[in-house]
Design a protein around this ligand. Structure first.
Ligand code: HEC
Ligand code: HEC
Length: 420
């Protein structure tokens, strides 16, 4: 009797395990609504990048050139060793492969990819910057990143004849920073702030304007960093080309990848946040990610929007080239309580190259990310918007296989992907 029970239990367990790994036949047929949804995710649906009205040189070729040089220039740091590319490395889709970024010191956040980021209305995981040029200013003066100051930026440009000529062609005569203490900045240590306060208002404004112009050329350069068409895009195109969506002949993706795509847009609910050609809705969500060891849980967008509203370099500020009517994104941004713990939905294009994942690099692998969504743990702050999925192991593998079809070299010309 005992033996029978044992056999029965073994049979049950084997059954469960087998079921977990069993790939059921998946339909390769899509309804017209699904075909339209798949098309909306493909790069061919990506609209042209609109000029940034707060940045008058956003599409200026000379600004792109100068921004390119500055992006890779390690002289723009206190130690002479850190450039934007230290953390945003072209080979890793402009990320760095580590959980928490390291510049002059260790930071508190994971480095996001920059490919296609210019389409985002908000920058940083918590959206505390409302333009790409205003974002570029922050790492330069952050002690753990470039550990530099805006006065030192002005001096770097004044003392390099090529930079000086390029700058003056774009923006006119360079501000005079002779005799200004080099570490003066309104941010930084109390000592640096005192030095800053000792300057005249006019001199402060000139220096901050020069600094904001440097942010504007860095933004112009980064607008060139665009994702390239992947196998998924080829598949979406082949579906669209097929007038009878019910019986397409496409073999661009294999059965496992197609099953993953179906889960992505259906049972997995991924597409509710990761949508559009960049696989992001550009919004902020709480997905119950554990806080980074040794850190308080991140308030996310709840704090981020408040910081953006107070930022002197925001769209409404004196260094912006936009009229206040053009700043509707900032003026009408939501500030509600449900933004507590919410972070920006990142792109999923090239995710295979940008591990580790999440705002603090908390999850090491794509498989780990999928396991996280499958369980959808309770959030430490506020509530997790994602619901447990209860997918089987084989389904998680299918989803992962689909995510890998989003990898492709950037569409950006090679000359922009390396230092001069
Ligand atoms: C020490 C590493 C480091 C350096 C140096 C660095 N970054 Fe970053 N970058 C990061 C990290 C980490 C984040 C995310 C921080 C956050 O969200 O709080 C980030 C965020 C960004 C973002 C926003 C991306 C998004 O998803 O919203 C842009 C754009 C960017 N950096 C550009 C630059 C530029 C331009 C420079 C040079 C002026 C630069 N970075 C220097 C690590 C770095
Ligand atoms: C409720 C909105 C939402 C849903 C649903 C959602 N995501 Fe996310 N996703 C996010 C946000 C927000 C982040 C960043 C969270 C953070 O860092 O705190 C993220 C991060 C990720 C990352 C890490 C990317 C990186 O560069 O760090 C991957 C991969 C990912 N999601 C895949 C998926 C998949 C696959 C699904 C479906 C099973 C899914 N997501 C469902 C909003 C969502």
């Amino acid at each position: 009797m005992k033996k029978l029970l044992l056999i029965f239990i073994t049979f049950l367990i084997t059954g469960f395990v087998a079921w977990d790994y069993l790939a059921l036949p998946v339909s390769r047929d899509w309804s017209p609504t699904e075909v339209a949804l798949i098309h909306s995710l493909s790069l061919s649906a990506l609209p042209p990048l609109l000029a940034d009205s707060s940045n008058s040189v956003s599409d200026n070729e000379q600004a792109v050139e100068l921004g390119h040089q500055l992006f890779f220039d390690t002289r723009m740091s206190g130690s002479g060793k850190v450039s934007c590319a230290t953390c945003h490395q072209p080979d890793l889709m402009f990320t760095d492969g580590i959980a928490l970024a390291v510049g002059n010191g260790i930071g508190t956040r994971n480095t996001p990819s920059l490919a296609g980021i210019s389409y985002s209305p908000w920058f940083y995981w918590d959206g505390r910057k409302d333009s790409q040029w205003a974002q570029a200013l922050a790492p330069i003066e952050a002690g753990h990143e470039h550990n530099f100051s805006r006065v030192q930026v002005a001096q770097l440009i004044a003392n390099d004849s090529s930079y000086k000529t390029q700058y003056e062609t774009l923006f006119g005569a360079l501000a005079d920073v002779n005799g200004v203490p080099s570490s003066a900045t309104p941010l930084g240590t109390p000592d640096q702030q005192t030095q800053w306060s000792s300057l005249t208002t006019e001199s402060q404004t000139d220096i901050s304007r020069l600094f904001s112009n440097v942010g504007k050329v860095l933004a112009a350069y980064q607008r060139q960093l665009m994702p390239g068409a992947s196998r998924f895009d080829a598949y979406a195109q082949s579906l669209a080309a097929d007038t009878d969506a019910g019986s397409h002949p496409s073999s661009v993706l294999n059965g496992t990848e197609i099953a993953g795509l179906r889960l992505f847009i259906d049972k997995g609910q991924c597409v509710s946040c990761h949508n559009g050609p960049l696989f992001t809705n550009h919004e902020f969500h709480n997905t119950g990610i554990l806080s980074v060891a040794g850190q308080l849980p991140s308030m996310g967008r709840y704090d981020g929007i408040r910081t953006a509203q107070q930022d002197p370099f925001n769209c409404l500020g004196e260094f912006s080239d936009a009229s206040s009517a053009q700043c509707s994104e900032l003026r009408f941004a939501r500030t509600a309580n449900d933004l507590v713990g919410a972070h920006k939905t990142p792109t999923l294009r090239n995710a295979s190259l940008t591990a580790p994942y999440m705002h603090g690099g908390q999850i090491a692998s794509l498989r780990g990310v999928l396991q996280h969504y499958n369980l959808a743990p309770v959030s430490m702050l506020s509530h997790n918007e994602a619901k447990p999925l209860g997918l089987r192991t084989v389904e998680l593998r299918q989803l992962e296989a689909f995510l890998l079809t989003l990898t492709a070299p950037l569409a950006t010309p090679a000359k922009w992907l390396q230092a001069l």
